[in-house]
Write a protein that binds this ligand. Structure first.
Ligand code: GUN
Ligand code: ZN
Length: 361
């Protein structure tokens, strides 16, 4: 389960441009502008879906771009692939190139139209999320209207970014001097709920951790992206102690691979003091991620009554050790998988018992 990934950034990976705000302006916004070109979108969506299937991501929580036509095409491609996904058109009406800005009135009517056709599509395999990009890219008017939409249709998800870098947090508090922390901005517009997923959630006070937990909101921990943009170290123990539901996200294109094995090993490596257990890492990439997305009654583990979403894994024969042996302790076997895993290990990916194939998408 990839709890946070940007389809519109699959071609913009590994662009070293400095910290988050510099990287967004110099590497990411120019790439997302290209989503006005539907041929480009078709290629990106195909590449995204194939990569997910090949590397064993069966469910993804996906940021698109701020273009309605591009979003429509992405919904069609992902729905057609057989994958499970939560997706939406990105909201931004300030602080970015004009070509990406959509004024609040148009953004809301376009979102209503997309959500009316794609939310709960195919008995809930595809769901819709409202996507205020982050507090800095949305006006108060837009945030207010998104809050109204969420109140009117509570089953819609909200997917956004929270407290990824210190500079971003400072800028948010300058824009919202009436609030004492970043989370309060989303709370004040009615955007924090048990169907809200916030990516990063690094620089948080104990108070904010408790409020996220009390709201039952989900967090997407994206260690590869945090390493790449040098954003800081995710407070793993702070989140677990507060009882927050969190999973792992590739956050491609700040993350460099959709590959969940890479994300698990980066989650291990980014912690400077903790020695995370392989079973904890694997759980976060599966059932923990499903919990963060509120999909755990349907997917995330092989339990009776759930949908048959799973991947078949086998050690590639060219590994010198031949992969974990049956006698190895479970933790060691999982560690071997996590630290050497890639698409060579993935024999097949299934959603609802149906084998997905990247050859036809
Ligand atoms: N914050 C706002 N937009 C983005 C984005 O596209 N990627 C990351 N990593 N953080 C963001
Ligand atoms: Zn992101």
């Amino acid at each position: 389960v990839d709890t946070h990934v940007h389809l519109a950034q699959v071609f913009a990976r590994a662009r070293i441009r400095g910290n988050l705000l510099e990287w967004l302006n110099e590497a990411i916004y120019p790439e997302e502008i290209m989503f006005a070109d539907l041929d480009h979108v078709r290629k990106a969506a195909g590449c995204f879906v194939r990569e997910c299937i090949d590397v064993g991501v069966t469910t993804a929580n996906v940021f698109l771009s701020s273009h309605k036509e591009a979003s429509e095409l992405c919904f069609e491609a992902v729905a057609e692939s057989g994958m499970r996904a939560i997706m939406g058109m990105v909201h931004m009406d300030q602080d970015a190139p004009d070509a990406l800005l959509v004024p609040a009135g148009r953004a809301i009517s376009e979102t209503e139209d997309l959500a009316s056709r794609w939310h709960q599509h195919d008995r809930g395999r595809i769901q819709y999320a409202l996507m205020p990009r982050f507090a800095l890219s949305c006006s108060r008017d837009l945030m207010t209207q998104l809050g109204t939409m969420k109140r009117e249709t509570p089953s819609l998800y909200v997917h956004t970014h929270l407290s990824e870098t210190i500079k971003e947090c400072r800028a948010v508090l300058e824009a919202y001097p009436e609030h004492s922390d970043y989370l309060a901005v989303y709370e004040s517009f009615g955007l924090l709920s048990d169907r809200t997923v916030m990516a990063h959630a690094i620089h948080l006070s104990a108070q904010e951790l408790l409020r996220i937990s009390a709201a039952g909101a989900g967090v997407a921990h994206c260690p590869s992206a945090n390493l790449f943009l040098k954003s800081g170290v995710f407070p793993w123990s702070g989140h677990t102690t507060a009882g927050i539901r969190f999973g792992l996200g590739s956050d491609v294109g700040a993350g460099y691979q959709i590959n969940p094995f890479q994300v698990m090993r980066d989650a291990y490596n980014v912690q400077d003091k903790l020695f995370l257990r392989p079973t904890d890492l694997f759980w976060r990439a599966t059932l923990g991620g499903a919990q963060a997305l509120r999909l755990d009654s349907t997917i995330g583990s092989l339990d009776e009554g759930k949908d048959a979403d799973f991947v078949v894994l086998a050690p590639p024969c060219d590994l010198p050790s031949g992969g974990p042996s049956e006698n190895e302790d479970l933790e060691d076997a999982l560690a071997h998988l996590i630290f050497t895993g890639d698409d060579r290990w993935v024999v097949a990916s299934y959603v609802r018992g149906r084998s997905l194939t990247s050859e036809t998408v």
